[in-house]
Design a protein around this ligand. Structure first.
Ligand SMILES: C[C@H](O)CC(=O)SCCNC(=O)CCNC(=O)[C@H](O)C(C)(C)COP(=O)(O)OP(=O)(O)OC[C@H]1O[C@@H](n2cnc3c(N)ncnc32)[C@H](O)[C@@H]1OP(=O)(O)O
Length: 790
């Protein structure tokens, strides 16, 4: 039922005045719960309450005690008369109060539909206020429902809310709804709110439609309504970036009608609803608005530009072009057409490979936060407000930057004032870079830098909650630093190393602080890369792990908890990736072709360009540790060392595999071919002296299947808590394309049997580097997914 008759102020005048003037006392609050099921299986879908009077100010959204009482209230399908005399119903988006983020479960959609039907039937309800619970409006459709659709392939599980609920029950009816927003209105949550006649919000609520990040598009009218409220350019920006905005920005843009204090939220929303009913304000049907859309030719131009941008920046992500097409449909053929197309495309995309992968990444990131016997053991994470960073080089300055932009005080320790100044300069440059890219507000720059303090000794370490050592990978240097800081720091100060490869037991060997020593492995550049590996030894205390997980959240990083071993999880899979590229180069494959194939696969840059950017020293240091621990399955290439010996350092000295000329495109350096030939001579692995002949697909497989193989070993050895953690490590640590869902998720889409058979045949031809692990063999033989828990 898409036909609608818009309800305007003229309709509203037919309602009788709702608010008795000078009401003496408010009747007691009565909550009505709508439930499904029977007996102990009853699930509260949501509760409905009506308001006693305009003067009643209790906001039980932010009143947990009130909520506790509500839960004890009898479940009655009664709409109490004394309240209804004011003609308002309040519908609460609260599916089981325990769910903090009020994501929308299927039962809740059904419950909302039924309650709306009842509200429409009742003469004593004239308007509805839609609220969230416990300070949150809604973070959209429950993403596990999307996963369920993807696992079963049963699209009928997907909710039918766009027309059935938002249009037919909320927007296109005579009784207006007003959304009272607090905390979040994201995805389907914001779409529900946009179906309402008005949106009143508490300050600093976060609003947005990040569905594209999940591989789908908004499915409840978001592609149509957002542009009609905020204008097309901003809507395109919000949708394609998936960025959230605040309610204050929303007010500026026209998405939010009023921002009021949390205390006033319900009263103001209720008053807004009454004003509509009594004709003092218009009932707005957002789908009918076109004043913000501008001329159709301009819209077409904007959409064309967006299309070009998407083509360039979001390859292999069909949701971006699809979203632009759906917006365009609404603008050219009208919103009803747009809504129908959106519904169709949303459901098609739900089953796409990209959506399956991105949903897997979202849920895996959350799963990684749950560590058995640590996060569930009742420890209350302590605050980490002051951190000392030892070493102001590339890693140390990146880590310090990540901390100060998130309001954490940092003491940066260096060995002399020259190095210290260099470190401070790098930090300032990091922050300037963030400001330039609009990733950090300019007006907060000064404050962030004021949180940084330099030091040349350990004197001030006694005031810090945590130390992060970030010096170069030299075990005896690290051991002496830990020995030293133990003397200065308070006994409960956390002592962390940012080592990327070295055994943590060895680092802490000369201390008596093993229970508070752990690894905090960030990736370069640390203020930009999202992954943190939190590495525990057998003796690291659960309390310390909980504290650092809390810190990770505060500095907006994605943590995975891993067990101590050489190279941990992320570098265990990264180094075979680099070695595989070296191996192919030594087998005669053109290195620039390898880089091109890997970029076409979806990596941002190829392995040789990456070596140039990160510097050969970092790669060589990691390789040394890896080879020492896992030599039997390593490939030792002389190529990088030969590059160093020839005076090359990569981008930093302008001499690498590529030429780094000012104002010029990146060009391969032909003189590298000589060095390559020398390397090939030294390794002498080219069969019959003839470079191997491989297709592009084989190049990608020969580089990524060894990564899968090592990921299998990491899972098998219990280094990660669950297999999906290695997917997160690959996506956020080595930038494996998120649209493949991570290395093991991708491997499962290809099949363990195939990967095993390819590795087995390459290992016969080219040696142990490709030898399939027992875990891979076992899973391939038994046809068990690599990502499945054992
Ligand atoms: C039809 C529609 O167009 C389709 C949709 O609505 S698709 C959904 C669109 N919504 C989203 O993408 C929002 C997803 N959620 C988020 O981005 C973030 O959770 C948030 C910004 C709301 C809060 O972030 P943060 O404070 O860091 O908390 P975070 O750890 O992420 O989430 C807390 C819990 O809520 C869960 N959660 C939040 N939103 C969820 C959702 N929409 N579905 C399922 N779970 C959700 C998280 O999985 C996590 O669960 P856990 O504690 O069991 O691990």
């Amino acid at each position: 039922m898409l036909d609608r008759g818009s309800v305007s102020a003229s309709h509203a005048s037919q309602y009788a005045p709702l608010m008795p003037q000078g009401e003496a006392s408010a009747p007691a609050k009565v909550i009505v719960q709508i439930a499904i099921g029977a007996g102990s299986a009853i699930k509260v879908v949501h509760r409905v309450a009506v308001f006693p009077s305009q003067a009643e100010k209790t906001d039980y959204m932010s009143d947990p005690a009130g909520m506790a009482n509500e839960r004890a209230a009898p479940q009655l399908f009664v709409w109490p008369k004394p309240w209804l005399q004011f003609g308002l119903a309040k519908l609460k988006l609260d599916y089981l109060h325990e769910l903090e983020f009020n994501y929308v479960k299927l039962e809740m959609i059904d419950g909302l539909k039924k309650t709306y039907d009842e509200a429409m039937r009742r003469d004593d309800v004239k308007a509805i206020v839609l609220t969230g619970a416990s300070g949150k409006f809604s973070s959209g459709l429950d993403i596990t429902i999307i996963q369920e659709v993807q696992k079963t392939g049963d699209i009928s599980i997907a909710p039918d809310a766009s027309v059935d609920l938002v249009i037919n029950r909320i927007e296109d009816v005579k009784k207006p709804s007003v959304a009272a927003i607090q905390g979040f209105a994201i995805g389907g949550g914001l779409e529900l709110a946009m179906g309402c006649s008005a949106r009143i919000s508490a300050p600093k609520a976060q609003l947005g439609l990040p569905e594209l990040k999940l591989g789908v598009i908004p499915g409840c009218g978001g592609t149509q309504r957002l542009a009609r409220l905020v204008g097309l350019p901003k809507a395109i920006d919000m949708l394609l970036s998936s960025n959230l905005i605040t309610s204050e920005e929303g007010k500026e843009l026209g998405l939010i009608d009023s921002v009021v204090s949390p205390d006033e939220l319900l009263t103001a929303s209720r008053q807004w609803a009454i004003d509509i009913v009594e004709g003092r304000r218009s009932q707005i049907n957002c789908l009918h608005k076109s004043d913000k859309l501008g001329h159709i030719l301009l819209s077409k131009k904007l959409l064309e530009t967006a299309r070009e941008h998407a083509q360039k920046n979001f390859q292999n992500k069909p949701q971006y072009q699809a979203c632009i097409d759906v917006i365009e449909e609404g603008i050219i053929s009208g919103p009803s057409s747009g809504i129908l197309k959106e519904d169709r495309v949303f459901k098609e995309l739900l089953l796409s490979k990209t959506a399956k992968s991105l949903v897997h990444v979202f849920l895996s990131e959350r799963a990684a936060l749950k560590v058995p016997r640590i996060t569930d053991s009742g420890f209350k994470a302590r605050n980490i407000d002051r951190v000392a960073v030892v070493g102001g080089g590339l890693m140390g300055s990146g880590i310090a930057s990540a901390l100060i932009i998130n309001n954490i005080h940092v003491i940066l320790k260096e060995v002399n004032s020259e190095y210290l100044q260099k470190g401070v300069k790098s930090i300032a440059a990091n922050l300037q870079g963030l400001v330039k890219r609009a990733e950090f507000p300019h007006d907060k720059l000064e404050n962030a830098l004021s949180l940084l303090k330099g030091a040349l000794d350990y004197e001030e370490f006694k005031t810090v909650d945590m130390v992060i050592e970030a010096v170069y990978e030299d075990i005896s240097l690290k051991q002496s630093i830990f020995e030293e800081i133990e003397k200065f720091c308070s006994p409960d100060c956390i002592l962390a190393s940012n080592t990327s490869t070295i055994d943590l037991n060895a680092i802490g060997e000369r201390t008596n602080s093993q229970d508070r020593i752990l690894g905090v492995h960030l990736f370069s550049p640390a203020h930009l890369m999202p992954l943190i590996e939190i590495i525990l030894t057998e003796r690291t205390s659960a309390q310390v792990i909980c504290d650092v997980m809390k810190l990770a959240k505060i500095i907006r990083k994605v943590p995975i908890v891993v067990k101590n071993c050489t190279c941990f999880a992320a570098n265990r899979i990264f180094l075979p990736y680099m070695q595989a590229a070296d191996l192919l180069a030594n087998l005669g494959v053109d290195i620039f072709r390898i880089d091109r194939v890997i970029c076409e696969f979806g990596m941002r840059i190829g392995p040789f360009q990456l070596q140039d950017l990160s510097g050969y020293g970092v790669y060589l240091a990691g390789l040394k540790e890896f080879i020492a621990a896992y030599g039997e399955r390593s490939f030792q290439s002389p190529l990088v060392q030969l590059m160093v010996d020839s005076g090359r350092a990569g981008k930093s000295n302008g001499k690498g595999y590529y030429l780094y000329e000012k104002d010029s495109w990146l060009k391969p350096d032909p003189s590298v071919l000589q060095i390559l030939e020398e390397s090939r001579k030294l390794t002498s692995i080219i069969p019959d002296g003839k470079p191997i002949s491989v297709t592009d697909q084989e190049i990608a497989e020969m580089i990524f299947f060894p990564v899968v193989n090592e990921a299998c070993r990491v899972v098998d050895e219990g280094i990660v808590v669950q297999a999906s953690d290695i997917d997160i490590a690959s996506v956020h640590g080595m930038k494996f394309p998120a649209h493949y869902g991570g290395i093991l998720f991708w491997a499962d889409s290809i099949g363990a049997e195939y990967i095993y058979s390819r590795l087995a045949s390459w290992s016969e031809a080219y040696g142990n580097f490709f030898k399939p692990s027992n875990f891979l063999k076992d899973r391939a033989t038994k046809s068990i997914l690599l990502g499945e828990s054992s």
